[in-house]
Design a protein. Structure first.
Length: 260
């Protein structure tokens, strides 16, 4: 079984040279340059005691469409080669999130989830298990963990409230998941290939661990063969946790994994 695993492509991809049986993507499918710039600017403004910068509805839609269009282009390419399994990250938007954003900016936005679900050879496995010819693949959707909020945004009560709901949802999925051959997730486990050193990140984030304590706990308890993640691009590399091989694919990294 030849599995092509690609980490956080952000709309950029190289032509596949060796045709795989299946392709796995760790999220961050589309380009998020505009959205990241807007978000990080306001993190720095808040840290410096400045008021939040308000962006126009047109600017917000432009950022959304940058991610949407580049995602569709990328997934169309990969799905023309082999079945593609996808998890959502902090870049992709669910139908509910898209409707909410559209209502906020008072402009129509296309549904990424509906579009991907209509495409041949494309499977969204957010908090689901896929069995591909005997290979058990767990797909964990990106979530904001309460521990992350405590480390990165401790005074944001609204973010903490949302994080509690997302953390509970992820905890329930991981508790029921059990053993899998391969866990596909967006963020790394806590303390493993997850230290922030990206030059464009807010200064207050540098040197902190941005990984998930829940994912680390799951790995220690259930010991999957492989864990593939991204999110912290500068953490790209491999590390062992017991018998589990954890691979942070970074931005667009990856390759063919041969599995029996």
């Amino acid at each position: 079984m030849k599995i092509l695993i690609v980490g956080d492509p952000h709309g950029s991809f190289k032509k596949v040279k060796e045709v795989p049986d299946v392709i796995l993507l760790t999220g961050d499918l589309g380009s998020s340059n505009l959205a990241r710039k807007m978000a990080f600017e306001n993190v720095e403004r808040k840290r410096n005691g400045l008021p939040k910068k308000e962006y126009s509805s047109i600017q917000k839609k432009r950022a959304f469409m940058e991610a949407y269009n580049s995602t569709i282009k990328l997934v169309k390419y990969f799905s023309s080669i082999a079945p593609v399994y996808i998890i959502y990250s902090n870049v992709e938007s669910s139908n509910a999130e898209t409707r909410k954003k559209s209502k906020e900016i008072k402009l129509p936005l296309p549904s990424l989830t509906d579009k991907l679900n209509s495409m041949k050879n494309v499977y969204i496995i957010n908090n689901k298990v896929a069995n591909f010819h005997g290979i058990k693949i767990g797909g964990l959707e990106y979530f904001v963990e309460t521990g992350w909020v405590k480390r990165f945004s401790p005074r944001n009560s609204k973010k903490m409230a949302g994080a509690k709901k997302e953390t509970d949802k992820a905890r329930k999925f991981l508790k029921n998941l059990g053993y899998v051959d391969l866990l596909l997730c967006h963020q790394p486990p806590y303390g493993i290939l997850d230290k922030v050193s990206f030059s464009s990140a807010p200064k207050s984030w540098i040197g902190k661990h941005a990984g998930s304590e829940l994912i680390l706990d799951y790995i220690k308890k259930c010991r999957p063969r492989y864990v593939f993640c991204g999110h912290i691009h500068e953490g790209r590399g491999e590390k062992k946790i017991g018998g589990t091989k954890v691979v942070n694919l970074g931005a667009g990294g990856g390759g063919i994994l041969d599995m029996e």
